[in-house]
Design a protein around this ligand. Structure first.
Ligand SMILES: [Zn+2]
Ligand SMILES: [Zn+2]
Length: 167
């Protein structure tokens, strides 16, 4: 059973460009494990997944940090930001609180809490007329014809998304 309540979904990468990475998996792992040691997170485990929807996850209850292999596509600054973002969750045991942010900045991260992936990560970005944004890897008929749930519960023609293909 995943401990859903203590799971923190984190990306924190708005406006970061995906230029093609500068670090390989081994380098990222060494960077993260070093930071974990420095911050006395020796009892924690570092795992990898291949997620395209999050670059980092912290499971505070089971003491696990999961990084996405997709990180190799990003530049060094972004990799460092993701590592610091997750470390700050692990150290504080908190969500995106003020003390989390302070810790994140102290660690050398950007302190950003936005939980949305960069546009370049997803093929499709949809925006409703109020500016709510959603991202999709694929655009099914149902998604294309869907409307914004933040604006209106149930379908509303007025709040349909306008879709832009990112690549
Ligand atoms: Zn977070
Ligand atoms: Zn909306």
């Amino acid at each position: 059973m995943p401990d859903a309540q203590s799971k923190r979904l984190c990306v924190g990468l708005v406006n970061q460009t995906n230029k093609g990475g500068t670090m390989n998996l081994e380098e990222i792992e060494i960077l993260m494990l070093t930071k974990m040691c420095e911050n006395e997170l020796g009892g924690w485990t570092l795992e990898w997944d291949n997620s395209k929807t999050h670059l980092g996850l912290t499971y505070t209850r089971s003491h696990r940090i999961v990084l996405s292999k997709q990180l190799i596509k990003f530049d060094k600054t972004t990799v460092n930001d993701v590592c610091c973002h997750e470390l700050a969750h692990a150290i504080t045991g908190e969500g995106h609180t003020a003390s989390w942010r302070v810790k994140c900045l102290l660690l050398g991260g950007n302190g950003r809490a936005e939980e949305i992936a960069p546009d370049s990560f997803f093929k499709w970005t949809g925006m409703c007329k109020s500016g709510h944004i959603i991202h999709r890897h694929r655009l099914h008929e149902g998604t294309r014809g869907g409307s914004c749930a933040s604006c209106h519960k149930g379908f509303s023609r007025e709040h349909m998304f306008n879709w832009v293909m990112n690549f």
